[in-house]
Design a binder for this molecule. Structure first.
Ligand SMILES: [Fe+2]
Ligand SMILES: [Fe+2]
Length: 374
């Protein structure tokens, strides 16, 4: 028996806007947020390095690809937040074709749209920063819980990568933009679910495949579009690391899923679906709208209609879907996840490049070093 939407998402209809917007972050003032980590820490006495060659290769690669967030990025670059927002893919998701007469945007001028775009920019980068901290905690957890020594070694390098990512996003927000946003309610719900799950492979599925798969696609999109040199360089380097992280998930789960039964695989499919919906829901950016004098439900409906918005949002699944396919999650059982991804409108990415090997071509850090020493 498969779980219902109600059991997986807490609502019967995945697209129920009222229910989506009713999920809010009601803990904005605390400095810390505690989550129960239900997993056992696992020692292994099998120290044979390279027993899993693909993981060993990834580990050796990661050791040579470390960079320093303080000294390897051009922090002296002056950044104009208004200019940055104007040229951003995250900006005013309102198509010129959409008629705004009689809506809360009626009468909005240059100033209001500019303010909104600056807020979108801050919100987007803040959520990346929070997601990076989620990755930091998840990979520290994987070091403890995964039973394979090659995976513990590799995960330890990812802990360092994620610390650097949190550091550079926080520094960019503090020094170049104007303030942090608290974590989005849907992202928080997802990160909590991933950390609470006692099964070690669920950390990988939630973080490496889903959250990092989305981050890799989003960073790639923004990195290509932005003309701001510091952010561009920051994202190039973060992406080099993220490509390894997603590969780590694909390589590890490919092996582990072979041992699982049909019902166990179904639970992984359901978790992948839940994560996909949470990540889609967060792009309603409800925390931004709360800062403007608008009806959140109304503006969200307008925003959802904008075609470029839909392109950006579906593109975010361009790594997740092929990786789920490679892991056998799309078609396992009766194709349950294929059906769900079809309903979410993202199945068209199934044959795009998966991320098992892509990290080698995305290694911009090594490319820069080779160019500098040539
Ligand atoms: Fe990261
Ligand atoms: Fe990562």
């Amino acid at each position: 028996m498969s779980a219902t939407n109600e059991e997986i998402l807490g609502r019967a209809d995945a697209n129920d806007l009222e229910a989506i917007l009713s999920i809010t972050n009601d803990d904005m003032d605390s400095i810390i947020h505690a989550v129960k980590d239900n997993a056992d820490a696992i020692f292994t006495w099998d120290y044979e390095k390279g027993a899993r060659p693909a993981l060993n290769k990834l580990y050796e690669k990661a050791k040579g690809a470390q960079w320093n967030g303080e000294t390897d990025l051009p922090w002296e670059t002056a950044v104009d937040p208004v200019e940055l927002a104007r040229n951003s893919v995250t900006n005013a998701p309102i198509d010129q074709q959409v008629d705004l007469t009689g809506t809360c945007f009626d009468g909005w001028g240059e100033k209001e749209w500019t303010d909104l775009n600056v807020e979108f920019q801050n919100w987007t980068l803040s959520q990346f920063m929070h997601g990076e901290q989620g990755a930091l905690l998840c990979t520290a957890k994987i070091v403890e819980t995964v039973p394979w020594i090659d995976a513990k070694y590799y995960a330890a390098t990812q802990v360092m990568d994620e610390a650097r990512h949190v550091e550079v996003f926080a520094k960019y927000l503090d020094e170049k933009l104007s303030g942090h946003y608290p974590i989005n309610a849907h992202l928080k719900l997802l990160l909590d679910d991933i950390i609470e799950d006692p099964r070690w492979d669920m950390t990988y599925l939630g973080m490496q495949i889903m959250v990092e798969g989305l981050a890799l696609a989003a960073f790639g999109f923004i990195q290509q579009m932005t003309t701001e040199p510091l952010l561009k360089q920051l994202l190039r380097y973060v992406m080099s690391d993220e490509a390894r992280h997603v590969a780590f998930g694909v390589i590890s789960l490919q092996e582990y899923y072979k041992e699982l039964t049909g019902p166990e695989i179904r639970e992984r499919q359901e978790f992948a679906f839940e994560a996909a919906v949470r990540m889609r829901d967060r792009f309603l950016q409800q925390e931004v709208w709360d800062r403007f004098d608008v009806d959140v439900k109304e503006v969200v409906k307008i925003v959802m209609q904008a075609p470029e918005r839909q392109v950006f949002q579906t593109m975010l699944f361009s790594k997740i879907v092929p990786n789920c396919k490679k892991l056998g999650l799309l078609d396992a059982g009766d194709g349950w996840l294929r059906q769900r991804f079809t309903e979410l409108g993202v199945i068209q990415f199934e044959d795009w490049t998966d991320t098992g090997e892509e990290y080698a071509t995305l290694d911009e850090v090594s490319k820069d070093r080779e160019a500098a020493s040539a």
